[in-house]
Write a protein that binds this ligand. Structure first.
Ligand SMILES: [Zn+2]
Length: 195
């Protein structure tokens, strides 16, 4: 599982097992014990906090196989970036996936805030501020702004990760791939985005 290509193939194979209703990884204590030594994950996933998108389940992954980071609207901040830099730099993980999803509440909040011209305030304003550029790129009055902004925001997040000082080097060397994808709430399918 050392190459980015093999890592991506395994993730997508896991999603196909999940979609077909035939996952092979039960989350019981036996699996936890088997993975209780040193960890050697092969991917790090950045997804949304949405309760309908549990990442280990939708990729049929067991303990020890993937590192998962979830924030509202998969927004980056320094803690998230530092976590990804750690997994890539210290554990040698070859794949980062940013996974967005339809009907994302964080993206909807950003659209609503821009339309109203009013920040939600508090720390939630940080999420809105980080998603707002994707909403503006699509156009806040576009009737399909929400689904299109989700896609734009995934692509922007992928671009930001590829440009990160610590990640750009392994990306350039072919040791790391950063991909974006969308999760379909109705079917459970994950579709890669062209970047
Ligand atoms: Zn969401």
């Amino acid at each position: 599982m050392g190459s980015p290509r093999a890592a991506l193939a395994e993730l997508l194979a896991g999603n196909r097992r999940f979609v077909s209703g035939q996952p092979i990884h039960g989350h019981d204590v036996t699996a936890a014990a088997a993975a209780s030594g040193d960890q050697q994950p092969y991917a790090v996933l950045l997804g949304c906090i949405d309760s309908r998108v549990p990442l280990e389940a939708i990729f049929d992954q067991t303990f020890g196989s993937i590192c998962v980071i979830r924030t509202g609207g998969h927004v980056l901040d320094r803690a998230v970036l530092g976590s990804i830099e750690y997994v890539v730099g210290e554990l040698g993980v070859p794949l980062v996936m940013v996974l967005g999803h339809e009907r994302c509440g964080a993206v909807a909040s950003a659209v609503d805030a821009l339309r109203a011209g009013r920040s939600p305030g508090g720390a939630l304003a940080h999420l809105v501020d980080q998603i707002a550029p994707a909403v503006r790129e699509v156009g806040v009055d576009d009737p399909r702004v929400r689904p299109m902004a989700v896609r734009r925001h995934v692509l922007r997040t992928v671009a930001a990760l590829r440009a990160d000082d610590r990640l750009a080097v392994p990306v350039a060397a072919g040791r790391l791939t950063v991909v974006g994808a969308l999760y379909d709430l109705a079917t459970g399918e994950v579709a890669l985005l062209e970047t």
